[in-house]
Design a protein around this ligand. Sequence first.
Ligand SMILES: [Zn+2]
Length: 227
Amino acid sequence: MRWKNARQSQNIDDRRRKRSGKAMGGGIGAIIMALIAIFVFEKDPAMVMQEAMSARSGSAQQAADYVPTPEEEELAAFTSVVLAFTEDVWKNIYPQMTRKYQGAIKNYEEPVLVLFSGVTQTACGTGQAGMGPFYCPGDNQVYIDLNFFTELEQKFDAPGDFAQAYVIAHEVGHHIQNLLGISNQVQSRRQQLSKEQGNRLSVKLELQADYLAGVWAHHAQRDFNVL
Ligand SMILES: [Zn+2]
């Protein structure tokens, strides 16, 4: 991607130097956070508990004097540029969408993107790196631990900066769903459905976030020639 000289977003909340390693070290703390993950983020219990158990060993010794590597700093700059590209695209097309879906033109409200390391507090409960990037509708914020991009390359076999940009655009897609009221509609509909039907609706919400990431990619390429 062509991004190096592009604008960086002002909406980055960099919490990477504020590690909350102590909270993780207590053993029981990790278990409690895993339970929060299961109920608040609706994660698969077996997977989250496994992550919590393995997190117990490592996190206690995490140093307070954390210094990011040059590679990590480049990833942070890249993330900030991609967020700016999402702002520039959605600023243009979001008002047209609100006219169509809500009958009135509304301006785009930019989300804040939180960079964190390991664990962080959100309006949706405690966010953990093991969950992968996520969006919290309660505080309109996207949360990313940059280590996920290494996982994306190595564990999920999806290397390349466009894959990374797409992950960010997907989370911003959840923000668009939140602004348009789609997330709320799904949430209240889920309460009237069986667990299985509800899950199916959540999958559709995920697919729509992917679709919105694609809409972003199309406009970013057309207007800013990013690829
Ligand atoms: Zn998603």
